[in-house]
Structures are given as structure tokens and as C-alpha cells.
Design a protein around this ligand. Sequence first.
Ligand code: SF4
Length: 405
Amino acid sequence: MNAREVSLNRANELKKANEKFLDFKKKIKHQELLDDLHYEKKKQMLLAFFKATEKDWENHKWQMHNRIMDVDTLQNFVSLTSKEIDDIRALNQTNRFAISPYYLALIGEETDDPIKMQSIPNSGEFITDYGKDDPMAEEFTNPAGSITRRYPDRLIINVTNVCAMYCRHCQRRRLIGENDEHTPLKIINESIDYIKNNEEIRDVLVTGGDAFLLSNKQIEHILKSLRAIPHVEIIRFGTRTPVTLPMRITDELVSILKKYHPVYVNTHFNHPKEISKISIKHLSKLIDAGINVGNQAVLLKGINDNKFLMTYMNQKLLMARVRPYYIFHAKKVKGTSHFIPKISDGLEIMSFMRGHTSGMAIPTYIFNAPGGLGKIPLLPSYIISHENDTYQIKTWEGNIITYKE
Ligand code: SF4
């Protein structure tokens, strides 16, 4: 065989290797067209219910003011069995739910709809003899104000407990409490003073809750104060608004953020259904202003623990100019046992992605050490054995090669 014939044979093998994934993509893209229609229908139902307008829908304050927080309202828009209704009512007493009308309109008809599973209380939450309220021991990594510090050069400031939708898998479920509360200004200022007095801190993540649920004025106060500290190099925001309340990304917010570059945003898409047209439109405002957006997904059983789905989601994120950054292995948080996947499932997804999509679409798979001991990257084993200067290494297709240094 000449070189061209060898190349054609290899190209054919590679084409075959992606056939199943391509079939999956075709099906999901078809489903997305149906989802768009469904979203429009649900949106109109919600607008009629609240006697609101299209303009209201685009207003994040209207969305927050009209979050759905009780089961009687919820059942007008989502099909629920009588057992589900009783369970939601009971669970809402201890871990309240709240869903923006926008995010609610994304919920499909299936009982295991991924948007429904992330936002509506589920009987799995009754299992409380599993996990801890605070598996990361955040309480013991708080040297001042509302800081969480786990690393030498960076830290978190927690600025609120408010979110547009309270994710049922949230690692900070314990902080959602009974009321929406922003961290008092005095505590935020104490956190900023701590940063000022510790010159090794060069990277600050402002999060919560959802950092973009502070007012523009509060956000600007934090940005201005941090930028006045010479050793702070980068400022990051943790927000799920691109997913649950994209209309929060207004021109005014973007014009504030871009005054304090370098500013980065980390968000939290878990399923391709969440990357809606509206979400993409609002993400573009951030990205056009030079604000890089990274995605931190959580691997959740029954939602995204599927190699095709995770690969597709990361490709779709890249199309929206969002960089897949992390996939977190879900933490053992009390009341979330029904979401916890196996590490072997995560490794299988990582192994599939390495072979079947571009490196830019591959986030790092992270296991968070319990007790706040930090992030540990998990990778499939590619080095099979090693003796002196000779390595047995596995390729993405499972072929073993020998490499001598
Ligand atoms: S948006 Fe983040 S902080 Fe808020 S409930 Fe979801 S996971 Fe928790």
C-alpha cells in the first residue's frame, strides 16, 4: 500500500470510531428543536400566569421577584404526581426551592428531565444518613470576613447566599437557609482588608451563592476595592446566572466589569439543554467585552454521567466561546446521595473525550479532597508500567506502546 492508501484506511477507521457519537448528536440536535418550541410555550404560560410582558421576561429583577417557590404554583407548569407534590411540600420545609421563570420554562415533560432534577426537590433528599452538611469543612478555612482559603496564592470571598435557582445538588445547601441574604458590607470589607494585608494573594474569586445577584453598585464596590490592592492580579466571579438567569448579564453590568480587567467568570452548565439561545446571547456580551468565561460542571448521576452527552455539552460550550474548565466529582453532601456518580464513570468519560474530541473541549476532572484539602485532578491511567527508563504507555484507542527515554 502506498502512503495515500494507508492514510485512507486510517481515515476510515477514525470515521467509524465516531459513528455512535455522531448518531447521538443528530438525535440531541433534533430534540433541541423540540425543546425550543416547548420553551416558548412554557414561557407564554408563565407570562399569562403572572400577567407579564416580554419586556418583563427580559428583566432579571422581574425574574427574581417572580421565582417559583411553592408547590401550588409549581404544579401549574410541571406535571407532578401526588407523591411528588407531597415530597416537595415536605422537603421545602427544610431545604427550600426557588426557580426563576426562565429556568422553569426549560423543564421538559419527561419525569427525569435534567432541568427538573436539578431544580425541584426529589425524594432522594430524604436520605440524610449519607454525607455531611459541609464536607469541605469550609468553616475551618475562614481566616477572616467571609473568606474561604485553601491555597497559597488565592482565595474566595463569599458575598451572598442568594441564587436565581437553588440547585438540589449544591455543596452549600446548608447556607441557603430560610431567607435570601447578602453578606453584610462590613464582612465584605473585612475580607478585602485581609487580602490587602496578605501580599501573596494574587487571585480572588468572588462567589456565594451567586455573585452576580449583588447589585451593580455592590459589584463595583468590590471590584474597585480589589483593584486598589497592587498584589491582586486577577478577579474572578462565580455565577450561575448564564444558566439560570441569563438576563442578569446586562450592558450596564458588563460595562462595570470591563473597567477592572483582568476579570474572569466561572459558570456552571451541567447539561446541553441549559445552553439555550438566550443564554448564548447574554454570554456573548461578557465575552465580547474580553471577559473569559469558563465552565465548571458537576458530574451528576442521571443528569450528565454519559460520555456522549458530556462530550456534546463541552463542544457546544466551545461553540458559545465558553471554555470547559472543570468537571467536579459531586461531593458527598447530605441529602444528595441520589446524585453521586462513581469515579469510574467519570474516568470513562474523560477517556472517551481524550480520543474523540479536541483538547480544548476537555475539562480537568476534579475530586475535591474532603475536609478542604484541595482539588485533586483525576485522569485515566495512560502509563501502564515503568521500569528505569522504559515506559509502557496506552494510546487513546487502547494500544500499548513502549517508550524508552
Ligand atoms: S448556583 Fe451554585 S451556589 Fe447557587 S445553588 Fe447552584 S450550585 Fe449552589
